[in-house]
Write a protein that binds this ligand. Structure first.
Ligand code: PDD
Length: 258
């Protein structure tokens, strides 16, 4: 392996994952701000302006066909920016996915802030090793609270109420999560952001995950518990159906893109 490359990687890469809808980078400003927040833990700010960031993204998108996934990396070693463009991976998740619990807990906030999106976070690296035959694994916090997946946020539905771990639970403030919360409110679904105990996934009526590439992903199975056989529960289905039109119509998701 190239020594210089190894040096770059071993010092850590601060990153963001974006996707396009209709070939435009979705929520690019929110991703840019979140990238900047990760950099601020190192006393740094983004080395490129938002305008330049958008230009780099649109030039890369043009070189591919269809919808695109972009990973924007910042090297803490060289301060170089590297953007990887790939066709957006497609997965058939509508029939529901399986999740399990990660063996290792979330690193306490005082040691590594959950908002820090950097390669090599041991809680995430170890959790991803446990994914194997499931879609994602759920990470539990030091006090037994439910946090998030290794690349997704998690929601429960109980008695018609939409419940999701609050930011104080020690999670990344997912951009899809925020859009889903706002969507649910617009549909008059009651939303509770609070500390959720990990065992609550076993008594929930519905469970789903959210993340950039796939939006709302229904969970069919948690460990050995099957939540549904054929179709996701009604609130999950409503949110799945309405997510795209809602997110596409929200002006703040398109700052600088139109
Ligand atoms: N993952 N939680 C963690 C730990 C994540 O890494 C991510 C994003 C999310 C969901 O956030 P958003 O809705 O903004 O994608 C939650 C990206 C997709 C990744 O790791 O590539």
């Amino acid at each position: 392996m190239d020594g210089e490359f190894l040096e770059e990687v071993s010092q850590g890469l601060v990153y963001e994952t974006l996707r396009t809808y209709n070939r435009l980078p979705f929520a690019a400003w929110k991703h840019y701000e979140r990238w900047n927040r990760s950099l601020s833990f190192f006393g740094l700010t983004a080395p490129i302006t938002f305008e330049r960031y958008m230009k780099i993204l649109s030039e890369g998108i043009e070189k591919l066909e269809g919808e695109v996934r972009m990973k924007v990396y910042f090297s803490l070693k060289s301060h170089k920016v590297l953007v990887v463009f790939q066709p957006l991976p497609r997965a058939n998740v509508e029939e529901g996915v399986s999740v399990k619990f990660a063996r290792y807990r979330r690193i306490p906030d005082l040691s590594t802030p959950p908002f820090l999106k950097i390669t090599g976070r041991t809680d995430i690296v170890l959790a991803r090793r446990d994914i194997k035959d499931c879609y994602d694994v759920l990470i539990i916090g030091a006090s037994g609270q439910l946090c998030e997946g290794s690349f997704s946020n998690v929601f429960l539905v109980k008695d018609g109420v939409l419940i999701t771990p609050s930011l104080e639970s020690g999670i990344l403030d997912g951009i899809t999560r925020e859009n889903v919360i706002e969507l649910a409110k617009s549909l008059d679904i009651t939303v509770e952001e609070r500390i959720v105990q990990a065992w609550e996934v076993f008594t929930a009526d519905e469970v789903f995950l959210t993340h950039t590439s796939m939006g709302v992903v229904p969970v069919r199975k948690v460990e050995n518990r099957i939540l549904f056989e054929e179709e996701a529960g009604p609130i999950t289905k409503t949110l799945m159906e309405n997510f795209e039109p809602f997110a596409l119509n929200r002006k703040e998701n398109w700052v600088g893109a139109l």
